[in-house]
Write a protein that binds this ligand. Structure first.
Ligand SMILES: Nc1nc2c(ncn2[C@@H]2O[C@H](COP(=O)(O)OP(=O)(O)O)[C@@H](O)[C@H]2O)c(=O)[nH]1
Ligand SMILES: [Mg+2]
Length: 271
């Protein structure tokens, strides 16, 4: 901000969400989560008065961005819409999915509710299909303690293959540790090994048919496995966003279009 401020357009749909960075090395962090898990409380505790709100470009969905400094770096926290899934069944889900996938955040924090963790893990697993750079925040631990729910965070972290940090956002407990994990994931070249969701053999074979070609065309900027799943599923809103992100129509590639058709014909599946 001020004289040193600079804006970076992040390609989300046709329009750009403007992320205001103070320096080029600022890290962009997406804050995802089911509704009512304390996402805004985490966001407000971290960013305080350093925030501004607007709408997502072309959408009547509120967007809040805020700045937080941790150690030697600035983090731009982006409060993406609260959703139960990233299946794009609503505008909120579409915006959330597009930001996690095409906004290229340096990390995504998925805030979850410790009192009903299992239900929240759905969004965590969906996010992990799109990106490796994930930190899971298990919030409302005071409520869970009150209900005598005990969670083995280390075990959960080992299972998921990404950091899992317990927090009580209302009292700011654990937020330092949360930002330590975010710092490490977004600034260091650490390799995480997130859990891989494997589907039925028939789906896996279909993915195998189309994934290498997608990787050839789209490179490493997006998860080719996830795009393969979505192409097989015929998810049109995703295709639109993907083509905008890439700057060309993926299925204009005749070889890929052929492979997708063949895979769909051989394996008539809905994933
Ligand atoms: N007890 C407790 N309440 C919390 C915690 N985090 C958030 N809350 C409360 O949970 C409610 C929903 O929080 P909010 O941040 O609006 O959730 P969001 O919908 O995910 O943005 C609010 O009343 C918060 O004060 C927490 O760690 N412990
Ligand atoms: Mg909120």
């Amino acid at each position: 901000m001020g004289l040193t401020s600079q804006s970076t357009g992040i390609g989300v749909l046709e329009n750009k969400l403007t992320i205001v960075k103070s320096t080029p090395v600022d890290k962009v962090i997406a804050l995802a989560g089911n509704p009512n898990v304390g996402k805004s409380t985490v966001f407000n505790s971290l960013t305080g008065l350093n925030q501004h709100t607007g709408n997502w470009p072309g959408k009547t969905v509120t967007n809040a961005q805020g700045k937080y400094r941790h150690k030697d770096k600035n983090f731009i926290m982006v409060d993406i819409p609260g959703t139960y899934s990233l299946m794009a069944n609503s505008v909120e889900e579409e915006v959330a999915r597009d930001f996690v996938c095409f906004g290229q955040p340096d990390a995504t924090v998925v805030v979850t509710d410790a009192t009903c963790l299992e239900r929240n893990l759905n969004l965590v697993l969906q996010t992990l299909e799109i990106t490796n750079k994930v930190v899971v925040c298990v919030n409302l631990i005071d409520e869970a303690e009150r209900k005598k729910i005990r969670i083995d965070y280390n075990k959960l972290s080992k299972h998921l293959g990404v950091p899992v940090i317990p927090t009580n956002a209302r009292s700011s407990k654990g937020l330092g540790e949360l930002m330590d994990a975010v710092y490490d994931i977004s600034t260091k070249d650490i390799t995480v090994h997130p859990i891989k969701i494997t589907y039925d053999d028939i789906v896996e074979e279909a993915i195998e048919m189309v994934q290498p070609k997608i990787e050839d065309i789209a490179g490493e900027k997006i998860s080719s496995r996830w795009i393969a799943l979505k192409l097989l599923d015929g998810d049109n809103t995703l295709l639109e966003s993907l083509n905008n992100f890439l700057g060309f129509n993926l299925l204009d590639n005749i070889e890929l279009a052929g492979l997708v058709d063949t895979a769909k014909n051989i394996f008539p599946i809905t994933v």
